[in-house]
Design a protein around this ligand. Structure first.
Ligand code: UP5
Ligand code: MG
Length: 190
């Protein structure tokens, strides 16, 4: 199976760092297809799929769903995407995720945006969100931050060494953050 992808940009950052918010703006301005790994997993819970119960437990714990499950959902979403420009939001979040993506999809992101945000700001945003997410409580947020530090930062480091990482200061207003995103995209002549 060959999937032709023109651009795959990954957005990484801790819980509440603003990935989803900025993705919505990028979609509006640049016409990308937004694939949030977390949303794909939450859809699986709601559609009562065979993995639903396992995914729910994993998200409640703030740990990581087995790579194969997530990669297959992303692969399916890519093949039914409306265009060939994808924003992969919140994935890969472990080195194992990254390798599974490379092996199964046979590609890697062409650019990675890292939303760098102090932990206390992330916690405040998540706890104020009020969208009824099972993982938006103090206990789970602490676990999500720990997982981010221990498992996701090495992925950020990997892309940084590869020279495709752009660090974004994720503090400030959504408008200010989008200005930074915009300047990166304009360098790509998007
Ligand atoms: N907000 C946003 N920007 C703001 C700003 N500049 N100033 C003030 N407020 C701002 O933003 C969070 C909140 O802050 C919102 O209320 C927003 O209005 C406000 P949002 O844009 O939603 O941040 P985001 O980075 O998307 O935060 P999210 O909580 O979605 O990040 P996570 O990475 O924690 O969540 P995700 O959905 O990606 O994953 C959830 C769980 O799924 C994981 O913990 C894990 O268990 C599982 N998962 C996997 O196992 N594997 C995967 O590959 C992906 C997920
Ligand atoms: Mg999100």
């Amino acid at each position: 199976l060959l999937i032709l992808i023109d651009y795959t940009f990954a957005l990484l950052g801790g819980p509440g760092s603003g990935k989803g918010t900025q993705c919505a703006r990028i979609v509006e301005t640049y016409g990308f297809t937004h694939l949030s790994a977390g949303d794909l997993l939450r859809n699986e819970i709601n559609s009562c799929s065979k993995n639903g119960a396992m995914i729910l437990e994993t998200i409640k714990e703030g740990t990581i769903v087995p790579s194969e499950v997530t990669v297959k959902l992303i692969q399916k979403a890519i093949s039914s995407g409306e265009n060939n420009k994808f924003l992969i939001d919140g994935f890969p979040r472990t080195e194992e995720n990254r390798l599974a993506y490379e092996q199964i999809i046979g590609a890697s992101p062409s650019l990675v945006l890292f939303f760098d945000c102090p932990e206390e700001v992330m916690v405040e945003r998540v706890l104020n969100r009020n969208e009824g997410r099972v993982d938006d409580n103090e206990e789970t947020v602490k676990k999500r931050l720990k997982v981010f530090r221990e498992l996701s930062l090495p992925v950020v480091d990997y892309y940084s060494k590869k020279g495709i990482l752009h660090r974004i200061n994720a503090m400030g207003t959504a408008d200010e953050i989008f200005e930074q995103v915009r300047s990166i995209f304009s360098a790509y002549e998007m």
